[in-house]
Design a protein around this ligand. Structure first.
Ligand code: ATP
Ligand code: MG
Length: 375
């Protein structure tokens, strides 16, 4: 059992860099939390403060309701897996995994029990007598996880554990971490800069930028209702398209106008905007590539674009388009329903028309970058 609570946790390094500003988060027992964000946003710093490897400059850190700010790392009952594995090269896999247990003077028969059990869960039993250099990257990664597992820690911290692996192995290990999580009844805090990893692993995702939490939510929440332009652009691949547009208020009804097209919002959206007292204003319209319909003929509700780049992905096409405002737009188009004539039309310089329903539209204020509808 372990909940983790951070209240106004702050990190100021000796060189006066404030790496983390007033971080507030309550992590539930057995929850899988992912910290995600661009390089330098403070993910590792936050994780290392939780582990006790870095002093906390301000605020409180609680584990199971107990303030642990001044507790030594070894007394926090936390296990951590690092990006570079940090295995001891001269020890066998067995001894690497057993290392922390022997330090704690755990009896050898229990060490054996725990090491072989972890090895079995991770599928590395046959490598127990090898040295780390005789293992592949993925196998080393499993040893590093095994070493953390045997400690039966209350909280399991992982800092970019898959970033040294190639794409295929990374997908495989990601699936294994999902399985591992089901076997270990532990709280996980996982750091990555990869939004796909965050989306697939996290019960909740914490999206960070410049030492600040931008949004916390389930993968579905942060995808469906990003609270600002940064989150909208960070979550989802290819990233959300952003177009200059005007929001027009008529009574309590709103529409979005761009490039001669006028798109009415739906009743829920009207209600939110009216409640917030928003009037007519310039907006940034956000549309995800997968939410955009492609038409081959003009339509009064469709925006005219030209094709710049055409990427064949197999089951779908990624089309890079430019509208008449010079906004760049990426569209995902399933290939299965395309006729031969339509495929032939999809080449550089040709015209296409795109449309989308009100329910997939995200609207952002150009000044504050905050969402007008979501959140
Ligand atoms: N020991 C240190 N002394 C001074 N500044 C540091 C130290 N460690 C990190 N920083 C700074 O703190 C900020 C946050 O760094 P941190 O390592 O937490 O980022 P991160 O989100 O883990 O990035 P990455 O994805 O590249 O690992 C950065 O601006 C970094 O330069
Ligand atoms: Mg880091």
């Amino acid at each position: 059992m372990a909940s983790v609570k951070l209240t106004d946790v702050k990190k100021v390094y000796d060189n006066k860099v404030t790496a983390v500003h007033d971080f507030n988060l309550e992590i539930q027992d057995k929850e899988f939390i992912v910290f995600v964000g661009p390089s330098g946003c403070g993910k590792s710093t936050t994780l290392r403060m939780i582990a006790g490897l870095e002093d906390i400059s301000g605020g409180t850190l609680e584990i199971d309701g107990q303030v642990v700010n001044d507790l030594q790392p070894k007394d926090r009952d936390i296990a951590m897996v690092f990006q570079n594995y940090a295995l001891y090269p001269h020890m066998t896999v067995y001894d690497n995994i057993a290392f922390s247990l022997r330090l704690k003077k755990v009896p050898e028969d229990e060490v054996y029990e725990r090491v072989t059990n972890a090895a079995q869960i991770l599928g590395i039993t046959e490598y127990l007598t090898r040295k780390p250099r005789a293992l592949s990257g993925g196998q080393r990664q499993r040893v590093a996880i095994g070493r953390a597992m045997v400690r039966n820690a209350k909280v399991f911290l992982m800092d970019e554990p898959l970033s040294n692996l190639d794409a295929k192995l990374r997908n495989q290990m990601r699936a294994e971490i999902i399985q591992l999580r089901q076997k270990l009844e532990t709280t996980f805090i996982y750091v990555t800069h990869d939004q796909t990893e965050a989306m697939t692993l996290g019960d909740r995702i914490v999206i960070m930028r410049d030492g600040i939490i931008e949004q916390v939510g389930t993968p579905q929440e942060v995808f469906d209702t990003p609270v600002n332009l940064f989150v909208a652009g960070f979550i989802g691949s290819p990233q959300m398209n952003f177009l200059k547009a005007s929001l027009i208020r008529t009574g309590d009804s709103f529409s979005v106008s761009l490039l001669g097209v006028n798109l009415a919002l739906n009743p829920d959206q009207n209600e939110v905007l009216t409640r917030k007292g928003i009037g007519s204003q310039e907006v940034i319209l956000g549309i995800r590539p997968e939410h955009t319909a492609v038409l081959f003929e003009p339509d009064q509700n469709a925006i005219e674009c030209t094709i710049d780049v055409y990427e064949m992905m197999g089951s779908e096409l990624h089309l890079h388009l430019t509208d008449q405002n010079s906004d760049r737009i990426i569209v995902r188009l399933p290939t299965i329903d395309l006729t031969r004539e339509q495929r032939q039309h999809l080449s550089f310089g040709n015209r296409l028309f795109i449309s989308f329903p009100a329910k997939v539209m995200h609207l952002f204020d150009p000044e504050t970058e905050k969402s007008l509808i979501d959140g």
